[in-house]
Structure formats: C-alpha cells, structure tokens
Write a new protein. Structure first.
Ligand code: ATP
Ligand code: MG
Length: 388
C-alpha cells in the first residue's frame, strides 16, 4: 500500500500575498531535510505540502521524524493513496485503518472533493464509506460530535487520500523567511537554545564563537562544532565563524578595571560581531542572555552591551528561568554536549567581583585605555559551513 505524508502549514496561512513564498521555502527546507533519507517527491497544492516516496526503499517513519523538526509545519498526517475509484477507496480504507480501528469506539467520515469530476459528492462519499467501515468494523458506532476518530478522505487531482494518524509538527515559521541573524554561540547551555528559538521564528542562523587559545583548547572548539551540528537538525546548514579573542581579552585584563572586565568584553564581542553581521547580511544579533542570570546580564550591564550595537539584539531567553532553558536544551538534544566541562573564553578571566551596575559613561571611560580599532583589525575570523 502506498503511503504519503501531508504537511499542514501553520501561521504561513496568515501571510496573505507572501504565502506562496513561505510555502516554497518550506518545500525547499523539507526537501533538504529529506535528501539524506531517500528519494521523495515534494510538492504543494491547496495549502498542503505532499511528501511522496519515489520508491519502496524510503523509510516513512524516518521521514516523519525528520519532518517533525522542520519549522513551519503545524501538523503532519500520514495518508494512504487510493485510485479515484470508490471501490479502491473502500478497500484501502479498511486495510489502512486496520491498525487503529480496533481501539476506537466511535467515528465519522469527512470527505473533501476538490476534483469535481469524481462521480460522488462529499455527503455521498461520507455515507457510503461510513457504511463500508461499519461493515468491516462492526464494533464501531457513527458519532458526529467528537468521535474517537475522524476518517478524512480527499479526492484530489492526482489521487484519493485516506488520512491516518496525525502528528504534531514543530510549529513556527520556515527557516529563512524572517531573514538572517548572527548567533553568539558559546559552548554553554543557553546560546544553542536561543539559536533554536529564533530559527523557529524563521531566522536563518549564522553563528559566531570566540576562542582564546591557549586558555581555551581544541576540545572546546570541537564541542561548539558538535553543538552547531545539533542545531542544524532544526536550523538547516549553519555558517560557523570563529574569532580569535585572546589578545582582546588580555588587553582588557591588562588595561581596564577588573570589575568591568566582563561588560567590556561583551562590548568587544559586539564590536567584532557587528561588521561580520553586516558582511553576512545578518539583520540582528542573537544571544543566550537571561535577565539577572549572572552579573553581566543585569539590566545596566545589558544596556552597556546594547550601546555598542547598531542592529537589533534578540535575547529570546531574557524572561526564562534556567530550568525552563534546560528543558528546551534537553528537548533539542544540546544539553549533554553543553555540560561537557571545557573552558569557555568567558570563564577564563572572570573577575572576582564583577560590577553589576555599570554605567555607559563608566565603561567608555575605562575603554579609553584600549586601542579598539587596532584590536579589531587584528582579530582574525575563520569560517566553516556545518551541515548534517
Ligand atoms: P551560555 O550558556 O550561552 O554560555 P551563559 O549563561 O553561560 O550563557 P555568558 O557566558 O555570560 O552566559 O554568556 C552570555 C551570552 O554571550 C551567551 O549566551 C552567548 O550568546 C554569548 N557568549 C558567551 N561566550 C561566548 C563565546 N565564547 N562565543 C560566542 N558567544 C559567547
Ligand atoms: Mg557561558
């Protein structure tokens, strides 16, 4: 029996004239996701996206699992394909539903006929197929309001489809439909979650990681790459950049008051990120900051960081508790990698008593000791494209 997957788009339906562009993007993202799993035809028709295996070798369970991680899909439905012939539809329905019907007590049939050449109209299909199913499963009763199962039949252009199990999709918007953003990606728990959340709103994610060799080692970098790979499951391919941060950190340590080290470091991170964001056509920066989580994430400290950014800084975790963030990290499978104990550049020079209420005037004054343009000019950035 031939089975396909129907994808129902969510908020995309709201996008009026842009809708087609959103759906095209979703088709592209779905195709890319399915490519390693076999040969599939993917096409859209009447606000549904169809995923059809081209041959028997494609594993539909695997495909469903992969598609459940594609943003922009609210619901996935498996369906069996029948000829546009009532006898075939009946036979296939009985066979296809054999697994689930024994555990149901009430049902109804809903039919949609978009191919008006089909000789029966929708009420007729419902009535007749209802009769066929009652005969095949005599324990069932028809119930119009709130039945245990609604059997959907669609008579479409290419074939008839009988819907089976419905599964939840990842929701959100297709990655790439909201533009592109640069994620400041540490090896910690928070920033991968922040990247995931913004990808869910349709942003294509590029990532920037700061390394400070020899204070940070190769294993810390490999950990960041592993996290980026995990993010690719949801974000698609990711351009991962690494900036050498050693000299900048050493200079801040040498020349600025210790209590302002972290906030000045964050401002320097922003200054490195800004031209890269421009070059990469990223319209925003994303960080994993959460209000009051640590000294550099108080309101005054965040204001000092934002002060040097001239594009929006998105902080999707700002109002979340650590436990809530961890729950998402576990769901997206980044948690176990994030907690591996390798040094991050942020922890290398952490001041003993960081100032929680810095002012912009105070940090600007302290930064006068640094030759910022020269430091930025010497900061080297490398690039790798990460994909699954
Ligand atoms: P995380 O778990 O994401 O590391 P955190 O709670 O440990 O967050 P900080 O280490 O103070 O907080 O970092 C705050 C944010 O700054 C991070 O979420 C991340 O966006 C950015 N950041 C920190 N360290 C780095 C780094 N080495 N490279 C790139 N961005 C970083
Ligand atoms: Mg950190």
């Amino acid at each position: 029996m031939k089975e396909i997957i129907l994808l129902k788009c969510g908020e995309i339906a709201l996008k009026g004239l842009n809708r087609s562009g959103f759906e095209d993007r979703l088709v592209k993202n779905a195709k890319r996701k399915l490519a390693p799993l076999g040969d599939f035809n993917v096409w859209k028709a009447q606000s549904t996206i169809y995923v059809e295996p081209k041959d028997e070798t494609a594993d539909l369970d695997e495909a469903v699992d992969a598609l459940q991680k594609v943003f922009g899909i609210v619901r996935l439905t498996r369906a069996c394909v029948a000829e546009k012939d009532f006898a075939d539809i009946s036979a296939r329905s009985v066979e296809y539903l054999a697994k689930i019907m024994p555990e149901k007590r009430t049902f109804k049939v809903e039919a949609k006929r978009s191919d008006k050449r089909f000789p029966m109209d929708s009420p007729q299909i419902c009535r007749e197929l209802g009769g066929v199913l009652l005969e095949a499963y005599p324990h069932l009763k028809v119930k119009v309001d709130d039945p245990d199962i609604t059997v959907n039949v669609e008579i479409r252009e290419r074939a008839a489809y009988i819907h089976g199990e419905q599964l939840p999709g990842a929701g959100g918007m297709p990655v790439g439909t909201s533009g592109r953003a640069l994620l400041m990606l540490s090896g910690g728990i928070d920033s991968p979650v922040a990247g995931y959340m913004m990808a869910k709103r349709g942003l294509d994610i590029a990532a920037l990681h700061f390394q400070s060799p020899p204070y940070t080692g190769e294993r810390a970098w490999l950990k960041v790459k592993a996290l980026t790979e995990k993010l690719c499951v949801y974000c698609g391919r990711i351009d991962l950049f690494s900036a050498g941060f050693t000299e900048i950190q050493e200079e801040i340590k040498r020349r600025c008051p210790e209590e302002l080290f972290t906030v000045i470091m964050r401002r320097m991170m922003m200054r490195v990120a800004m031209p890269l964001a421009e070059k990469e056509e990223c319209g925003a920066i994303v960080t994993g900051e959460s209000l009051a989580q640590v000294a550099s994430q108080t309101l005054p400290a965040i204001a000092c960081t934002d002060d040097v950014s001239d594009i929006p800084v998105f902080r999707p975790l700002i109002g979340m508790d650590k436990q809530e963030i961890i729950a998402i990290a576990q769901k997206i499978d980044t948690f176990d990698t994030s907690v591996l104990p390798y040094e991050d550049c942020c922890t290398v020079f952490t001041p003993r008593h960081p100032r929680t209420h810095p002012t912009i005037a105070m940090v600007e004054d302290a930064e006068r000791a640094l030759d910022i343009p020269a430091l930025l000019a010497r900061c080297e950035i490398t690039h790798e494209r990460i994909k699954l």
